[in-house]
Design a protein around this ligand. Structure first.
Ligand code: ADP
Ligand code: MG
Length: 256
C-alpha cells in the first residue's frame, strides 16, 4: 500500500524522444529500507532516481512519498510534471539527493552550503541552522573545516559535506546516485563509512552504486535494472549469491 511506505513508485516510464529509457518500474521502500540499485551503464539507474523527485519528468507513472501522491499533469513535451509546485517543494524537502559530483556551491563555505536549505526552505533561524550544521559536521569529522570552500578540501570530504547538507534537512528518504564514482580509490572508503553509519541508524535510502561488496553488506534489498526494466529484485544474498536472471548473474560476475 502506498499509504504506509516512505516511497512508492508505480509503473514509471521515461522516454527521451524515441528512446525508451524506463519501461515500467515499480519500487516501494518502507522505513529503514536500504535498497541498492545496480545495473550496467545506460540501464536507466540515474534516470529512475531522478524521476523520483522530478529532476527528470516521467512519461508515465505514479509517485507517492510518505503516503502522499504527487500531483502530476502532462506538459507540452508529453511528460508528467508537478501540477502543484508547493506540493513538489514540500516533497523535495523530505527527499535528499546526493550526486556523483557533490554539487556543492563553489562560492559558499562548507557551513554556508549546509545551512542554505534549512534557512531558505525550512525557515530555520541562522543560529539554529548553524548549531545543527556544526553538530552534523562534527559527526563526519569536518567541523574544523567549516569555513573552508569546497575547492580547498578533497573529493571524499566534499562528498561527506554533501551528505551532511542533506542530513541538515532531516530527510525521510535519501537518494544516492553513485556517490563514490567520482572519487579516487583511496577516498571511497570514508564516504562508504558515512553511508554505512546512516544505514545503521535506520535511515531509509536508495543507493545507485557499483560498490557491490558494500551493496551486499549494507542493503536489505537489491534491484538489478536491465534496459529500463527490473530484471532481478530481492535480498542481497539471493541477488548476489543466486540470481534467477542470467543477465544479472553475468553482470555480477563482470563487476566482482
Ligand atoms: P545509468 O545511470 O544506468 O548509466 P542513465 O539513466 O544515465 O543510465 O541513462 C539511460 C539512457 O538514457 C542512456 O541511453 C542515456 O544516454 C539516456 N539519457 C539519459 N539522460 C538523457 C537525456 N537527458 N537526454 C537523452 N537521453 C538521455
Ligand atoms: Mg548513472
Amino acid at each position: 500500500m502506498p499509504e504506509n511506505s516512505v516511497i512508492c513508485l508505480k509503473n514509471i516510464h521515461k522516454s527521451f524522444g524515441d528512446l525508451k529509457v524506463l519501461k515500467g518500474i515499480d519500487l516501494q521502500a518502507h522505513e529503514h529500507d536500504v535498497i541498492s540499485i545496480i545495473g550496467s551503464s545506460g540501464s536507466g539507474k540515474s534516470t529512475f532516481l531522478r524521476c523520483i523527485n522530478l529532476l527528470e519528468t516521467p512519461t508515465e507513472g505514479e509517485i507517492w512519498i510518505t503516503g502522499e501522491k504527487l500531483k502530476l499533469a502532462r506538459n507540452k513535451k508529453g511528460d508528467l510534471d508537478a501540477s502543484d509546485p508547493r506540493q513538489l517543494a514540500a516533497m523535495r524537502a523530505r527527499v535528499g539527493f546526493v550526486f556523483q559530483n557533490f554539487n556543492l556551491w563553489p562560492h559558499k563555505t562548507l557551513l554556508e552550503n549546509i545551512i542554505e536549505g534549512p534557512t531558505q526552505v525550512l525557515g530555520k533561524s541562522k543560529d539554529e541552522a548553524i548549531a545543527y550544521a556544526e553538530q552534523l559536521l562534527r559527526r563526519v569529522g569536518l567541523e574544523e573545516r567549516k569555513d573552508f570552500y569546497p575547492s580547498q578540501i578533497s573529493g571524499g570530504q566534499q562528498q561527506r559535506v554533501a551528505i551532511t547538507r542533506t542530513l541538515a534537512m532531516d530527510p525521510q528518504l535519501i537518494l544516492f546516485d553513485e556517490p563514490t564514482s567520482a572519487l579516487d580509490p583511496e577516498l571511497v572508503g570514508e564516504v562508504l563509512g558515512v553511508m554505512r553509519d546512516l544505514a545503521g541508524e535506520g535511515r531509509t535510502m536508495l543507493i545507485v552504486t557499483h560498490e557491490m561488496q558494500f551493496a551486499r553488506e549494507v542493503s536489505n534489498k537489491v534491484m538489478f535494472l536491465h534496459q529500463g526494466q527490473v530484471e532481478e529484485f530481492g535480498h542481497p544474498d539471493q541477488v548476489f549469491g543466486n540470481p534467477t536472471s542470467e543477465r544479472c548473474r553475468e553482470f555480477i560476475s563482470s563487476v566482482y
